[in-house]
Write a protein of this length. Structure first.
Length: 648
């Protein structure tokens, strides 16, 4: 198997958003490539019945979030082309283009930031989007002088930075040069706008409660298109989000949970509101309405769970089971049914003209635009995965690793007792999938086995599998990781002297934890944007306080001891394996304030530890960082592992 170098990042192609036209005849999609040290994203079209794709937009900029007009004659999309080449952080603006050809026309820019994904009104005359609103938060005096921020709530930042303005709903006429109008105002954020078929009102996700910063569980509201005070439509004990109206406007589909505070084990399910009645359509299945994949072969730069979609009177949604994403159909009078099969991972879902289209992969290769027909994927494109086709894919096996479900990625014809990398996933509410990460592909090409266990805490295996680690990090989850490693050694798959652990986010926490809890088991540790001190992360993470309370670790005044017991930092003195710590300087989910403490503790001992800081980069920088930084990161990972855990 030819070894892949870190510069494979520069060859990567990613097919992201896809949307089928209202008549079902054509599909528009995004295709991302690397141009120098920037990403270039263009829109493409492909016939549903098959044929050669046609590039719709051209240029060294990023076009995203394509949406068909109701009559199928125009496509709205976002683009940073106005600032391309001038500002790496140019805000996205709203454009229109004729799918049959012609130049794109700019509709508008947003007054105070980027335009969000466009949502067409039913009559095609107006487009809704979300963007930062007029009102400025926190700043005292003249906000332009930046004298001081006055902070009275905990929601002043998120992973993108400080939150000086709330995200609000805007409407703009669907014509070139139009001026947007801010529809909602107030100290709350808006997301997921959805037009009612009448065109007179819109539903959206938000939380208008006074303590929303402490309990940020969204609800669903609606507001008149002419303006006015939002009205609450759905409030569950957990959360309710992602509203979608049925074509007749009588029912509202959404995703939510009715378990108080929505801990991880309160997995989201598909719901419908019919009149005043609200019920879950899928709770009895004990599998979540979410994607669980963690592969950066999908598009992480604009990643989000696919919204539920209506197909006539039926509601479709993506569910996750045992690491696989599946499309399910819920009918008005029957039980939900699975309508896709195989080792699928999915990042987009759309319907039109009675046809279903997904961005998905059914094997180990990068995703393509696919028609979903009779339970199977029919690829409509082939240029999403051609950049990797010359390299044999890792062999993947779903294994029972001593009672722990896992995916094992290995080189074709791998022999006994190879070097192995244990790869705990992030979350911990998430899951590994049959689709490998790019890191995994590179490591397997160099002779490593990669063991990717879905330990307790992972989604897609039922509530009990997750509930076991509530308030117990470092217990059943760590036991499962060690059990999986012991299984690989017993089966003579792994050389016990050449086992490394590598993880991101919660996976970074797990790598840090195992380094101290199992100091003789691992010869190298790679911790990326992880957690070292749970007591610190509780406050410095942009959502640490609310998340910790939900999973049994808060408030801090009464749970300090539990947070410290779950902190890898308290075992720093036990760590013996060399450590490589990777950190995005702009990460607000797992910020450097936390992980620096572990680095200092190890440095004071004279330990072999190195921390690499990547400026301006955020939490999932392995997938979203500037291309040259991703190459540098992967070079360092490969070099570090080959030095301390040689593949041969």
């Amino acid at each position: 198997m030819p070894a892949l170098g870190p510069d494979v990042v520069r060859r990567q192609v990613v097919i992201g958003a896809s949307a089928v036209s209202p008549d079902g005849d054509r599909v528009v999609y995004t295709r991302r490539t690397v141009a120098g040290d920037r990403y270039q994203v263009n829109l493409w079209l492909v016939p549903y019945r098959g044929g050669r794709p046609r590039q719709l937009t051209h240029g060294r900029w990023s076009d995203s979030a394509p949406a068909w007009s109701p009559d199928g004659r125009r496509i709205a999309f976002l683009s940073d082309r106005a600032g391309a080449g001038k500002d790496d952080d140019a805000d996205a603006e709203l454009f229109l283009i004729d799918p049959d050809g012609g130049e794109a026309q700019r509709v508008c820019r947003a007054p105070h930031g980027a335009v969000g994904a466009p949502r067409w009104s039913p009559d095609g005359r107006t487009i809704a989007f979300v963007s930062p609103g007029e009102e400025v938060r926190f700043w005292t005096g003249d906000p332009k002088k930046h004298v001081a921020r006055v902070i009275r709530t905990t929601d002043w930042q998120d992973d993108s930075g400080t939150r000086d303005r709330r995200e609000h709903l805007f409407l703009v006429p669907a014509r070139a040069g139009a001026r947007p109008r801010q529809l909602t105002t107030g100290d709350f954020d808006v997301s997921h706008p959805a037009w009612h078929p009448s065109g007179k009102r819109l539903a959206f996700t938000s939380n208008l409660e006074a303590d929303a910063d402490l309990h940020p569980k969204p609800r669903i509201y609606e507001v008149a298109a002419r303006g006015g005070k939002p009205k609450e439509l759905v409030a569950l004990p957990g959360f309710a989000e992602q509203p979608v109206w049925s074509p007749d406007g009588r029912r509202l589909g959404f995703v939510g949970t009715d378990i108080l505070r929505a801990p991880d084990y309160a997995e989201p399910t598909l719901w419908v509101r019919d009149g005043s009645a609200v019920c879950s359509l899928t709770a009895h299945l004990d599998i979540p309405t979410t994607v669980g994949w963690a592969s950066d072969l999908h598009d992480w730069i604009v990643a989000s769970d696919p919204l539920p979609v209506w197909d006539g009177d039926d509601l479709l949604a993506v569910m996750n089971r045992r690491g696989r994403d599946e499309v399910w159909r819920s009918t008005a009078g029957g039980d939900p049914a699975q309508i896709s099969r195989g080792d699928t991972t999915i990042s987009a879902l759309s319907t039109g003209g009675g046809r279903i289209v997904v961005t998905a992969t059914g094997d180990q290769t990068p995703p393509e635009v696919c028609a979903l027909e009779d339970g199977r994927l029919r690829p409509l494109t082939t240029h999403g995965g051609s950049w990797l086709r010359r390299n044999p894919a890792p062999v993947v096996r779903e294994v029972d690793a001593g009672g722990v479900p896992a995916f094992l990625f290995e080189p074709p014809g791998a022999g006994e007792r190879t070097a192995m990398v244990l790869a705990p996933h992030g979350g911990p509410y998430g899951s590994h999938a049959p689709t490998p990460e790019l890191d995994t592909w590179v490591l397997v090409s160099r002779g490593y086995r990669v063991l990717a266990p879905n330990i307790r805490g992972s989604c897609g295996y039922g509530r009990a599998w997750i509930e076991a680690i509530q308030g117990a990090w470092g217990g059943p989850d760590a036991d499962d990781l060690v059990t999986a490693v012991k299984w690989a050694v017993r089966r003579r798959l792994a050389d016990p002297a050449r086992i490394a652990v590598m993880g991101l986010s919660y996976g970074g926490w797990a790598a840090n934890w195992l380094a101290g809890a199992e100091p003789k088991r691992f010869c190298a540790v790679v911790s990326e944007n992880g957690v070292a001190s749970m007591t610190t992360a509780h406050a410095v993470s942009c959502f640490g306080a609310s998340y910790d309370r939900d999973i049994g670790y808060g408030p801090v005044a009464t749970h300090y001891d539990g947070l410290w017991q779950a902190s890898p930092l308290r075992m720093a003195h036990r760590i013996t394996a060399p450590m490589l710590m990777l950190q995005g300087e702009a990460d607000r989910i797992c910020p450097i304030d936390d992980n620096w403490q572990l680095f200092v503790a190890l440095r004071e001992r004279g330990h072999d530890v190195e921390m690499i800081l990547y400026p301006e980069e955020h939490h999932v920088m392995m997938a979203t960082a500037r291309p040259d930084r991703r190459v540098d990161r992967l070079e360092r990972v490969v070099t570090f592992l080959e030095r301390h855990c040689p593949p041969a």
